[in-house]
Design a protein around this ligand. Sequence first.
Ligand code: C5P
Length: 218
Amino acid sequence: SQIPVITIDGPTASGKGTVAHRVADRLKFHYLDSGALYRLTALSAIQHATPLNDEHALAKLAEHLPVKFENGEIFLNNKNVSNAIRAEEVGTLASKIASLPALRQALFALQLGFRKGPGLVADGRDMGTVIFPNAQLKVFLTASAEARAQRRYKQLIDKGFSASMEDLLCDLKARDDRDTHRAIAPLVPAEGAHILDTSNMTADEAVEQVLKWYAHPK
Ligand code: C5P
């Protein structure tokens, strides 16, 4: 497909969500938060009390997610779960079930469907490596673990969750480890990806850099 795609992959709390969203706004492109799909599946598994070792049942949940994206809000079974899926326990569960091949396969077609004109900005772990390997621009966004823990802390507090820096740093490192070392679709920069370390950058500076790369391909 010739519909343009920009992929923004990176570790948890690297700022890719914010950056991807703003880049999409600037270009008037659609936006795919692929992590939300894993979080929605996790939330759905909690609601259905689906055992974590039942790969088949989890894949079924993923395949038939009653999800709706509307005005930047996310609905599961017509219930607004935009905040609920950001809870730390949901993210941790999401990263655990994300290692299941059948579940990733179930979400594959759903993700391809987001590629619509005039274009798409997709963020996640494997957007450039697996889902949109023919993307026009691939970015790997990263930042130090400390910078990311700080951002996650602020995000959670702003959403009214309680949080401890120490727990967050520990959880974040565990999640990095799982995402980087899993057998299927591990978190690695895609071939030809631009690497952007945002430890000492504002989100807007990162946005400008991505837009520059998009306007002037290498
Ligand atoms: O990005 P976010 O923290 O919302 O993603 C939650 C979890 O979903 C990640 O830790 C990762 O394990 C998984 N994920 C994935 N592939 C993606 C996006 C997210 O495996 N494309």
